[in-house]
Design a protein around this ligand. Structure first.
Ligand code: APR
Ligand code: ZN
Length: 248
């Protein structure tokens, strides 16, 4: 059975690496971007989540952020996040590269988390660089749209996440590719694997000889490269995987 095969691969992993996407947080109540009910089925990502549209119409961005805010800020790690932290603790994974900005891997106890798209837990002033907690800004979005910097009296605030058209954080990208090239097993969970350069991370791992395991609710373009493909919910599959490994 595929889950046994996946646990065999991970049982012998010395430099296993996980990469996650929005699907791993879906069971924490955070809607994904693509797939069933995804955010991009209701909004045009380029219109809403690109740096150009943000600068042109910051209120447009912040209105969507205000809508998503409560679910993201209230989200807690689900059994999928917790299983990945357990696999790292057991030495089966060296860490998690994530496209998510929700901070749930850190909350679940993962120690090495590489955030390719930044963190949604903070916002930063585009003028003076002052940072504030995203949760504090959420509280004033009903009376302040778009939210303004309190430190310098009024410049725009932007979450410390990578928007379309923005460069990704070089240190995070470099760390992700270094870990991928050294990986003997690459476990990709909950990503549609259509956004680059993030999707290059598992490619680099496979090119360097890693065995690829894909866990996703629906098929991905990388399924054909995978040694094991498990179509299922990460909150169910990952704990089963961790349980098999701890019983091994
Ligand atoms: N378990 C496993 N997979 C799931 C679950 C679940 N419970 N729920 C949904 N999925 C799958 C979906 O089928 C989909 O293929 O997770 C995948 C999520 O894909 P996306 O929404 O495209 O998320 P992601 O791959 O992380 O997107 C990459 O695109 O919009 C940008 O910056 C944004 O980081 C994001 C990037
Ligand atoms: Zn400022």
């Amino acid at each position: 059975m595929t889950i046994e095969r996946a646990s065999e691969l991970l049982a012998s992993a010395r430099t296993g690496l996980a990469m996650t996407g929005a699907g791993v947080s879906a069971e924490s109540g955070i809607p994904t971007f693509r797939g069933e009910g995804g955010l991009w089925s209701r909004y045009d990502p380029v219109k809403v989540a690109s740096i150009d549209s943000f600068l042109e119409d910051p209120a447009g961005y912040w209105r969507v952020a205000r809508e998503r805010g409560p679910a993201v800020l209230a989200a807690r790690p689900n059994p999928g996040h917790i299983a990945l932290a357990a696999l790292e603790k057991a030495g089966r994974l060296v860490g998690v590269v994530t496209q998510n900005t929700d901070g749930l891997h850190q909350d679940a106890g993962s120690r090495r988390v590489v955030e390719l798209h930044g963190s949604g837990r903070a916002v930063q002033c585009l003028d003076c660089g002052t940072r504030e907690r995203r949760s504090e800004v959420q509280a004033r979005l009903d009376v302040e749209m778009p939210p303004r910097c309190r430190a310098c009296g009024g410049a725009l605030l932007k979450p410390t996440v990578v928007l379309f058209g923005e460069p990704m954080p070089i240190p995070a990208v470099e760390e992700a590719f270094t870990l991928a090239k050294a990986a003997d097993v690459m476990l990709v969970v909950g990503s549609s694997l259509v956004v680059y350069p993030a999707a290059q991370v598992p490619l680099k791992a496979v090119e360097a000889g890693a065995a690829l395991i894909v866990v996703n609710a629906e098929p991905t373009p990388f399924d054909r490269l995978a040694t094991v493909v498990i179509h299922g919910r990460s909150g169910e599959v990952l704990p089963q995987l961790a349980a098999l490994l701890s019983a091994a």
